[in-house]
Ligand binder design. Structure first.
Ligand SMILES: Nc1ncnc2c1ncn2[C@@H]1O[C@H](COP(=O)(O)OP(=O)(O)O)[C@@H](O)[C@H]1O
Ligand SMILES: [Mg+2]
Length: 374
């Protein structure tokens, strides 16, 4: 049987909905050598979109390489991963991997490990004592592209991570200086932490300024979600009305991950036809299932930060520096509020758009109202 819904990792196949326009735009960029920067809060669907787009491109002359820098703590780990994935994903032949590593990473003395299952265990270990060697790594996709007479699209997920490397600015300069000269390679850089990504790509003083097409991924529309939810129930032998499906969307503010999670819970509680009772139980369970995580979020926060979240959760999105609000929620001075904002934004707990502050996670927002605003 088909899975009715899925969440927790990037989604694909029939569990993927909408995003036609975004996917077209990405394909167009990939085909025409336009670099793309894709930004949205976590769990809205960036990774899924890029995977889906890569799947849809049936162009033999374009190779799409995807990897995730979330676990990279420094430049060297980045280069290591970059080299390994470029080599591995531009060819399906193990001997070609070895050839490419030897041919194009000569000064790096690559140690090549191929394990029992080459798909997962292939890696190139680099020796960085020669600083010039980094140039070879960054030139790798262009060299492979030229040799194989193909074009390469390099998609790097969780790109915001590089902003935290030590001496990140010089690192960014180095990347840009190589990447902008490559004729056969296109980059798609995507990540969350909007303020970090925006700073990397839209500040004039930053190396990646005007690097490519800047896309801010929006939420999937409610009407599309409703169709999707009703369709998935039907496909898997149950049914739900458009009204209940709409309530699912509203309950989690059309947040991709949560729409899938809450739909799943409603589905799981339903024998045949989902009604108000099933919806109510599912909503309650969504809160319970996430509350451990939410406790962990707040454990790390200061009293001021908690007060600030309370103020936002209770609907004060754009008047957080008004005197009455500062007093009511005990937020200290308005200068303190600025500090609170940037700390919480950095933890990805809040989003700020046109000075309007919202809590990024809609279920966390409800939980704050329920547990902390009594
Ligand atoms: N286009 C989509 N259709 C259906 N569900 C989606 C879609 N995009 C995202 N989701 C849901 O959201 C979750 C998070 O998506 P993901 O691509 O990992 O987001 P991000 O990379 O922005 O953090 C997925 O596991 C899935 O449940
Ligand atoms: Mg992702």
């Amino acid at each position: 049987m088909d899975y009715p819904f899925a969440f927790g990792s990037a989604t694909y196949g029939e569990l993927f909905t909408d995003r036609e326009i975004e996917s077209e735009r990405l394909m167009m960029n990939f085909r025409n050598g336009i670099n793309t920067i894709l930004i949205s809060p976590r769990r809205w669907g960036k990774t899924s979109l890029v995977i889906k787009t890569a799947e849809k491109m049936h162009d033999k002359s374009i190779k799409i390489v995807r990897f995730d820098t979330f676990s990279c703590r420094n430049e060297e780990e980045f280069y290591q991963l970059f080299a390994t994935e470029i080599i591995r994903q531009t060819s399906s032949k193990i001997n070609e991997w070895v050839d490419h590593a030897r041919q194009f990473l000569s000064s790096l003395v690559p140690r090549i490990n191929v394990g029992m299952s080459p798909e997962t265990e292939f890696s190139v270990t680099l020796d960085f004592s020669d600083k010039q060697a980094v140039n070879e790594v960054l030139s790798l996709p262009e060299k492979i592209a030229i040799k194989k007479k193909i074009r390469v699209v390099v998609c790097i997920d969780e790109f915001q991570q590089i902003a935290g490397f030590s001496d990140s600015l010089n690192f960014q300069k180095r990347l840009r200086s190589f990447w902008q000269l490559q004729k056969s390679v296109t980059y798609c850089l995507y990540g969350s932490k909007k303020h970090v990504m925006t700073k990397l790509f839209s500040r004039q003083s930053m190396p990646f300024y005007k690097f490519g097409d800047l896309m801010f991924l929006q939420k999937i529309d409610r009407s599309n979600w409703v169709k999707f939810i009703v369709g998935r129930f039907k496909k898997t032998g149950k049914s739900v009305s458009a009204k209940i499906a709409g309530q699912i969307c509203d309950s989690v503010d059309n947040h991709s991950h949560y729409v899938q999670q809450l739909s799943w819970l409603v589905w799981a509680h339903t024998t045949k036809i989902a009604g108000d009772e099933e919806f109510r139980k599912a909503e309650e369970e969504l809160m319970t299932q996430n509350s451990m995580l939410f406790y962990r979020y707040i454990e790390e926060l200061s009293a001021y930060q908690l007060n600030f979240l309370r103020a936002v959760a209770e609907g004060n999105h754009d008047q957080l520096t008004k005197k009455a609000i500062l007093n009511k929620y005990n937020l200290g001075t308005s200068a303190n509020v600025s500090r609170l904002k940037s700390a919480l934004e950095n933890k990805e707990l809040i989003d700020i758009e046109m000075k309007k502050v919202t809590i990024s996670d809609p279920v966390f927002c409800k939980w704050i109202r329920k547990e902390l605003c009594k």
